[in-house]
Design a protein around this ligand. Structure first.
Ligand code: ADP
Length: 309
């Protein structure tokens, strides 16, 4: 496996949330209150989670996003700084920090409500202003729980600077139809892949067909994450290749996709090919599912290299 160069920059543009998790005997019905013994607070948001994964994998990481000027936002940014993520460009807003309220019952079934809060306030202008010093070797990783205009601005700016660009289309927002002309690498899961191909007018019967259609639309690679079935990597003109998942003891798959995206971006910034970066990220994501909590099991570069040998 390649060594990890020090000067690899990943710039993540995406959501910052705080997750409040309450474990209860059963999920509440409409109008019902169910009490659990404690509240757990975790850092969340696909952008922030992927930024942590990339930083642990050894990249220099800057996060562009928005958090409220409140205690929740202070806590979220402190957690990110502790993981080595540069949050200097995070905008602080009057709107409160994004929050996910998660109730988990004894069977592991959950119910989640997300308040976008500050994430909904991030503007295209703020994104452009924060991306003025991009270099061609940088990798810009964008997730779509922020306004579509901000996503599009990030993709355009990355393309203009000649930087690598990865878009995790979760959820598959309409602006992706415009963004594909700039050639980002898309990293949907299976459902998102089929939905995006449909959005682009290429209704597909299989995920393989949808991945091929997407890679033709972007002229770039498409990497489809398939949970316990691993990955599909579609390269324009080279068809679709399946990479099986690494065997894992599954305790909690929350954050597996974020781990995949963060490590994938870190390895692209380190100069890996798409296939090599996806292979390493597949290993890292499998390592993450053995721990409870989105960020708990995100591995360091040393752990990834030791496991990949
Ligand atoms: P998302 O949560 O975004 O839908 P996936 O569930 O597809 O993402 O998981 C992302 C990646 O995490 C997978 O492609 C794989 O590399 C890894 N992964 C997820 N679940 C497992 C599992 N049960 N065993 C091994 N690896 C897994």
């Amino acid at each position: 496996m390649a060594t990890n160069p020090v000067d690899t920059r990943v710039i993540v543009v995406g959501a910052i949330n705080v997750d409040f998790v309450i474990a209860t005997v059963r999920l509440p019905g409409p109008g019902e209150t169910v009490v659990g013994p404690r509240v757990d607070r975790h850092g969340g948001g696909k952008g922030a989670n992927a930024a942590v994964a990339a930083a642990r994998a050894g990249a220099s990481v800057e996060l562009i996003g928005a958090a409220g000027a409140d205690d929740t936002g202070d806590g979220a940014l402190t957690d990110l700084r502790d993981d080595g993520v540069d949050v200097g460009a995070v905008v602080r807003t009057d709107a409160p920090t994004g929050v996910a309220l998660i109730v988990v019952d004894q069977a592991g079934e959950n119910q989640i409500a997300v308040g976008a809060g500050a994430n909904a306030e991030l503007t295209a202008e703020q994104v452009r202003d924060s991306l003025t010093d991009l270099r061609p070797g940088d990798c810009v990783l964008i997730s779509t729980e922020i306004p579509g205009a901000a996503v599009l601005a990030a993709v355009e700016t990355a393309a203009a600077a000649g930087a690598r660009c990865v878009v995790n289309p979760a959820p598959p927002i309409p602006e992706i139809a415009d963004a594909v002309q700039y050639g980002p690498i898309l990293t949907p899961n299976a459902g998102e892949c089929l939905e995006l191909a449909g959005m682009l007018g290429a209704d597909s019967d299989t995920v393989e067909e949808a991945a091929t259609a997407l890679s033709e639309a972007t002229g770039s690679a498409v990497v489809v994450t398939l949970g316990g079935d691993g990955l599909l990597v579609g390269i324009p003109g080279h068809g679709v290749e399946r990479i099986p998942a690494r065997a894992a003891t599954v305790r909690d798959t929350t954050g597996a996709g974020d781990t995949f995206n963060g490590v994938f971006a870190a390895r692209l910034a380190a100069g890996d090919t798409t296939n090599a970066a996806a292979t390493v990220a597949n290993v890292a994501a499998a390592m993450s599912v053995s721990y409870v909590g989105a960020r708990t099991g995100m591995p360091t570069w040393d752990q990834i290299s030791a496991t990949s040998r």
